[in-house]
Design a protein around this ligand. Structure first.
Ligand code: UDX
Ligand code: UDX
Ligand code: ADP
Length: 494
């Protein structure tokens, strides 16, 4: 039924669709790849000198292949009619209304694309679901396409699941040299034929033994489970970071020792202020929702724990800062405790919070833990100067306004373009991301310009505590016991 694939179309020119199709075009010169999107501005950007997303290595590949065998277009019907194989790579945000609100993936965009495919296909197509929250997506797509097949005997569809495992910041490397490619399909003759066609595309650059084929549900579920396991490792190590702070163990030493067991492995064991990004929370919540729908409350509860620990870790870090600074700073700056001015929302804390997303991925601050830590600090009326070498000021302000309010942002937040100005006059520095730049700053100079005693809260374990303490900073780092000789932090009440 399905001939050799020579024309590939991808619906959705986003973080997944764009880089994936650029890689296919790069590795398969004999295949024409067209990426379409209903957002015409985005398509214009993909056709311009400044691509709408940044990934190291993406520009080179797009600029070389564009106009040769890689095209970006907003003519969706034409692209669908001509395609042999269609990737669906549209967004699947967490549903914010109705059943499954706040947990279930919203499949409305996937469904809308399926209807468009049904309408314009005209002949046999392999449809590949590549959206980020996939469970049950293939079923929904298949349902809509089968309806269309009933009314037109020229139509033949096979729906495959081919989840994407790329991480932001390393997308091109992940695509060029994946640990594995996962393809799920029906086990019927036609299903296997469709799977074989997609395998043939990846075989152009991925060794065959790294291409795994499974049934559709296994493939969809594996994607959720892979992200849930990764998120679980972070919550596991973060939960232990609290034990370290209370006991005198050091989380980096524990992670190193534990990770040396090859059954456990050393990756993804770095304690932090919590995981962020567009996938982990969404996928774990989606798994929780799935288990609830399947009447498996114990499983749902188990995975919900991963999210709960992540939220707790963000809150815990913010609470530590508040406890340390407000207690000490309040005493100094504010009148006695029964004074009415105590109730006024004055800020007696100015800190410097480098807000940045976890990856070198300008523009994408989705679900960044930094935003939540800042939100918690703002709730205490902390005045914050934010410095971020990569994220646009407008984006930061928008992200913050969406979790607090525009007035609070206006009142409490200043965005600085220079780290030294941001730190000037502050009582504390809060490090929320792991930019190399933060390691290389001149902390002698920063310390001299701050209010004293000056504190540093390292939420990413990137700074050398001893050097900072020698300069005169009070320091606090996730998963590290307070050093009584050097700072004022107690372990109690935290
Ligand atoms: C374990 C640890 O392996 C060892 O490092 C530690 O010092 C002591 O505890 P042991 O209990 O002897 O050793 O056996 P192990 O083979 O690790 O299995 C432990 C249990 O987990 C068994 O009941 C095993 O059946 C079960 N298991 C193990 C699984 O159910 N699934 C697995 O994938 C692995
Ligand atoms: C992740 C998965 O890695 C990827 O396979 C999947 O397809 C999408 O989700 P991404 O969100 O882009 O990718 O970034 P990643 O680098 O994996 O980090 C996720 C979050 O976990 C970040 O907030 C990071 O700071 C945090 N993290 C990661 C830790 O806190 N500790 C770690 O050890 C690793
Ligand atoms: P992801 O991270 O999953 O790639 P993005 O939000 O970056 O998600 O990209 C998804 C893209 O899909 C957006 O550019 C959006 O405009 C596009 N899209 C959503 N629905 C449709 C649709 N029905 N037809 C065409 N494009 C769509």
């Amino acid at each position: 039924v399905f001939g050799k694939v020579s024309k590939v179309v991808c619906v959705g020119a986003g973080y997944v669709g764009g880089p994936t199709c650029a890689m296919i075009a790069h590795k398969c010169p004999h295949i024409t790849v067209t990426v379409v999107d209903m957002n015409e501005v985005k398509i214009a950007e993909w056709n311009s000198d400044k691509l709408p997303i940044y990934e190291p290595g993406l520009d080179e590949i797009v600029f070389a292949a564009r106009g040769r065998n890689l095209f970006f277009s907003s003519d969706i019907p034409k692209a669908i009619a001509e395609a042999d194989l269609i990737f669906i790579s549209v967004n699947t945000p967490t549903k914010m209304y109705g059943r499954g609100k706040g947990m279930a993936p919203d499949l409305k965009y996937v469904e809308s694309v399926s209807r468009t495919i049904a309408q314009y296909a005209g002949g046999p197509k392999i449809v590949v679901e590549k959206s980020t929250v996939p469970v049950k997506a293939a079923e929904s797509i298949g349902c809509i396409l089968r309806e269309a097949q009933k009314n037109n005997e020229n139509l033949k569809f096979q729906v495959l699941s081919n989840p994407e495992f790329l991480a932001e910041g390393t997308a091109m490397k992940d695509l060029a040299n994946p640990d594995r490619v996962l393809i799920g399909g029906e086990t019927s003759v036609e299903g296997l034929q469709a799977v074989a066609e997609l395998v043939r595309i990846y075989e152009n650059w991925v060794p065959r033994d790294r291409i795994i084929t499974t049934n559709t549900w296994s493939s969809e579920l594996s994607k959720l489970v892979a992200n849930a396991f990764l998120a679980q490792r972070i919550s596991s190590i973060n939960s232990i970071s609290a034990v370290c702070e209370a006991t005198g163990a050091d989380i980096s030493e524990v992670a190193h020792a534990v990770g040396y067991d090859t059954r456990i492995g050393c990756k993804f064991l770095k304690a932090s202020v919590g995981f962020g990004g567009s996938c982990f929370q969404k996928d774990v919540l989606s798994l929780v929702y799935l288990c609830e729908s399947l009447n498996l409350p114990q499983v749902a509860e188990y995975w919900q724990g991963v999210i709960d620990v992540n939220n707790w870790q963000r809150r815990r870090f913010a609470d530590k800062i508040i406890a340390e600074l407000f207690n000490t700073v309040t005493d100094k700056k504010l009148p006695s405790s029964d004074s009415p001015s105590r109730k006024t929302p004055v800020s007696h804390l100015e800190s410097f919070v480098p807000l940045i997303f976890q990856n070198p991925f300008p523009g994408d601050t989705r679900e960044s833990s930094a935003i939540y830590v800042i939100k918690h600090l703002m709730e205490e009326h902390a005045k914050l100067s934010i410095y971020d070498p990569k994220v646009q000021k407008s984006q930061m302000l928008n992200d913050l306004a969406s979790v607090t309010s525009a007035q609070d942002v206006e009142r409490l937040i200043t965005v600085e373009t220079d780290p030294y100005s941001a730190a000037r006059g502050a009582h504390a520095i809060v490090v929320l991301t792991e930019w190399d730049e933060f390691v290389e700053l001149n902390y002698d100079r920063i310390h001299a310009d701050m209010q004293h005693p000056a504190a540093i809260f390292d939420g990413r374990l990137i700074l050398d505590q001893k050097t900072l303490r020698d300069i005169g900073f009070r320091t606090f780092a996730i998963g590290t016991a307070p050093d009584q000789a050097y700072n004022l932090f107690g372990t109690a009440g935290y």
